[in-house]
Write a protein that binds this ligand. Sequence first.
Ligand code: HPA
Ligand code: ZN
Length: 322
Amino acid sequence: DQMRNIVQQMPKAELHIHIEGSLEPELIFALAQRNGVSLAYGSVDELRAAYAFSDLQSFLDIYYAGASVLLKEQDFYDMTMAYLARAHADHVRHAEIFFDPQTHTARGVPFETVIKGIWRACQDGPISATLIMCFLRHLSEDDAIATLEEALPFRDKIIGVGLDSSERGHPPEKFTRVFERCRQLGLHLVAHAGEEGPPAYIETALDVLNVERIDHGVRCLEDPELSARLAREQIALTVCPLSNVKLRVFGAMEEHNLVTLLDAGLVATVNSDDPAYFGGYMNANFLAVFDALPLSAAHARQLARNSFTASFLEPEAKRAFL
Ligand code: HPA
Ligand code: ZN
């Protein structure tokens, strides 16, 4: 109907996409063959059948296994270009793309191979795209600091840093020193918080790490004072609806709190997180929430506007989109 056309065709930005989470089963098998990597699954269908998650960790185990086929610069290029084409088809005009270098350097893939492949695709691709390097929070802060050192020769290819992987038991404050160094380098700062972890992790991400946006953040509503602050300070939340249901943050899309967040004046955005694993790219996420929740045309306009205002685009570039 009319509303479905509006949300699909409106220009939008994507602010929460893990590029390794855009690796489709077909490309995993093609790269495994190309690189002579053996997989624990016999076919694309067998692999896809394993995509039944009970929580964040059950997803991460399969997500890191899938990334094991990425070895050469061209592999990172092909994965990124496939994402950019899908995003373009969904009328995404600008994407701020997460990548997880430690997932690859731990397997002996050089940092340079990872960033060169991803970055070259961003230069060649059909939409505006910038890169945010994420630290894996289940690893140590020293490991994150070593990763930052490896990134320094490529400082001009990264607009910011983030924090992802297993949230519970790994609070933001574990990464205080490395985030302070990134801040001094002039990098933008974001962190996953309040997905599976408590609202207190959102507060320390803001107050200890000094992040500018919160990735997920949906558990903020458990703390009314924190929710009021996020609205007052207009701190954006990069919400990922299909991810939240697949990882059982919400029992069903009908129970998602996106409308409550928007109506409370929070700067919520809609994003795909790991589209190859959670059932779809940007427009699939938009259609899923518009089908399940009482969202209006005004909400659609607000979500599109929020995606650009919350982006790290330069002010002139933002104005051109708004
Ligand atoms: N949460 C934490 N880490 C992740 C996610 C997520 O949703 N996706 C990829 N790494
Ligand atoms: Zn994420």
